[in-house]
Ligand binder design. Structure first.
Ligand code: NAG
Ligand code: NAG
Ligand code: NAG
Ligand code: NAG
Ligand code: NAG
Length: 373
């Protein structure tokens, strides 16, 4: 992986990977999240994505021949709760079907509320028409932000997510499908409630819209936490040579979003055979893209996270950790390639930020989001 271009430099305030010989890989051996309910009860129902919760079968004679295509200016989250119908509609929205100003879809995968929402509100302020927001929460979370919020009524019909299982990828696909329904969306960023923006909206928007590649962390990790998670039963559909690992927090363009959503060949294999300690959300998209369109991927994530402390979880930043020096380190402390040239702007977002960081982040917001820094 000489082409994994983020150079992990040394003047990095210990923010970075520091795991001896494997320091050329981002450390991702991740959350072995406490799966309190039996993880297997869910996984055993393979294809749960398409079949649960039970829904009346679509009566094919009553099904319209051509799926109803939403109006060009229909940007509200849809109300289709049936995943299969949703995927079908999403895949039917062709890139050519409309040609408005391109938008970036910000897709939040969250358990509940978005504690850092006030920072994001500042980020989005004044840029209406250039972004769309979609939120997937646990279904029992029904709070709605104030009508003045950019997050008001942006929740999509959601289903339970068990961290580390395929239900996580199902939720990602649900977000993608919803976002594809708006044909203006050209770039699709997956974020969590612990993510923050590192640059102002204009900078983020231009970086993504003008990029010739997508940003999916994807590398061949020879360790037990990488290749060790490959299951021979995936062969021959997925080979060990195909197998990749990367952060789940991807950014894709529209073509890739359609490709991911249309995949019916590889996903069932992952559902069946990538079960903890194989984490499907860390392997499915990186491997799929490596098989289908490796040339469109930069192989790097644009969402920074700090694995330096070691162990299964990345560092969570709390109030006392937040400083402009920290943020600038992430904003400018790396080298990577962008559209063929070298840049120090490698990360547009960062995680994981505890709710207590909101206050200092808001204090730094002018420097972070407005200035020429
Ligand atoms: C990035 O590249 C510049 C110019 O080549 C170099 O001075 C700097 O040390 C590099 N930074 C890192 C983190 O490697
Ligand atoms: C399908 O629905 C139509 C009207 O809703 C009904 O008349 C027809 O009998 C149904 N067909 C089947 C196979 O259930
Ligand atoms: C889009 O919205 C405008 C006003 O907001 C409305 O006049 C127009 O009919 C809508 N277009 C479609 C295709 O619904
Ligand atoms: C990303 O990795 C794939 C192989 O997995 C390679 O074909 C592609 O050129 C890489 N992209 C970059 C930008 O290095
Ligand atoms: C956004 O940030 C860029 C630098 O990253 C700066 O040049 C630009 O002026 C900023 N835009 C606004 C509206 O603050």
């Amino acid at each position: 992986m000489a082409s994994f271009v983020v150079i992990l430099g040394s003047f990095t305030l210990k923010l970075l990977v520091s795991e001896g010989s494997s320091s050329c890989y981002p450390r991702l051996n991740r959350f072995s999240s406490p799966l309190t309910t039996s993880p297997y009860s869910y996984i055993l129902c393979n294809f749960a994505f398409l079949s649960s919760p039970p829904h009346p079968p679509l009566n094919s004679s009553s099904e319209p021949k051509t799926p109803p295509v939403p109006n060009d200016n229909d940007t509200r989250p849809h109300s289709v709760t049936d995943d299969r119908e949703l995927m079908r509609r999403a895949a039917s929205i062709l890139e050519t079907s409309c040609n408005p100003t391109p938008k970036v879809a910000f897709m939040f995968l969250s358990r509940g509320s978005l504690p850092l929402a006030p920072l994001w509100e500042k980020f989005f302020m004044g840029h209406e028409g250039l972004y769309s927001i979609y939120i997937h929460t646990s279904p029992e979370f029904t709070d709605e932000p104030p009508t003045t919020s950019v997050f008001y009524k942006r929740k999509i019909p959601s289903k339970p997510v068990h961290w580390g299982t395929a239900s996580m990828v199902d939720a990602e696909r649900r977000l993608l499908a919803n976002a594809l329904l708006d044909c203006a969306n050209q770039r699709f960023v997956l974020l969590s409630e612990a993510c923050i923006p590192l640059f102002n909206f204009t900078t983020v928007y231009n970086y993504l819209i003008k990029s010739r590649q997508s940003f999916i962390g994807s590398f061949d990790d020879p360790r037990v936490t990488g290749r060790g998670r490959y299951n021979k039963r995936m062969w021959p559909t997925v080979s060990l040579a195909n197998w990749r690992k990367g952060s789940q927090w991807f950014e894709v363009n529209r073509n890739l979003a359609v490709e991911i959503l249309s995949d019916e060949k590889y996903y069932p294999i992952f559902r069946n055979h990538c079960i903890p300690p194989c984490y499907v959300d860390e392997h499915y998209v990186p491997t799929l893209v490596n098989i289908m369109s490796p040339e469109v991927n930069s192989n790097r994530s644009i969402t920074w996270v700090d694995w330096s402390k070691g162990g299964p979880h990345p560092k969570q930043y709390v109030r006392k950790d937040v400083s402009m020096a920290l943020l600038n380190q992430v904003r400018k402390g790396f080298n990577c390639t962008y559209n063929g040239y070298t840049t120090s702007m490698c990360f547009l977002f960062a995680r994981k930020f505890h709710p207590s960081t909101l206050e200092p982040l808001l204090r730094l917001a002018p420097a972070l989001l407005d200035s020429m820094n």
